[in-house]
Ligand binder design. Structure first.
Ligand code: AMP
Ligand code: ZN
Length: 110
């Protein structure tokens, strides 16, 4: 899929961001599966975590730091980080993203 047609490339540009840092944003999941359910989206389009090798060590570290910042920003002391890597694992949007889940799961992650 070309980035121009990509939902998360569009939400990176135009979405309602809960938090942001250079190259990364957090948005609320439209269909929450926990009391708090955010998505962390990098600006740079890679289809999935399978392509994580395209990120520099610095980018990867900043992404991990941002995940922790987003959880803290939401007041979460404990939380889950989930990446569905590939369709067989339930990935439906093919732009890398992390689920940040806090509180009780309200639905089963499928
Ligand atoms: P995954 O199944 O891991 O690819 O996750 C995709 C996530 O994107 C799902 O949890 C959806 O609920 C969420 N989602 C889809 N469309 C939107 C949207 N327009 N805004 C926010 N979240 C969305
Ligand atoms: Zn994209």
């Amino acid at each position: 899929m070309l980035p121009d047609d990509c939902l998360f490339c569009r939400l990176y540009r135009d979405g309602d961001h809960v938090a942001s840092t250079e190259g990364f944003v957090a948005i609320r999941d439209i269909n929450p599966q926990a009391e708090t359910h955010l998505l962390v989206i990098p600006e740079r389009h890679i289809d999935s975590f399978h392509d994580i090798g395209e990120f520099s060590p610095d980018e990867a570290k900043r992404m991990l730091d941002f995940l922790a910042e987003v959880a803290a920003h939401e007041g979460l002391s404990d939380y889950r980080l989930v990446v569905n890597a590939g369709p067989e694992a339930g990935q439906t949007v093919f732009h890398l993203h992390w689920h940040v889940l806090g509180g009780k799961l309200t639905r089963r992650m499928t």
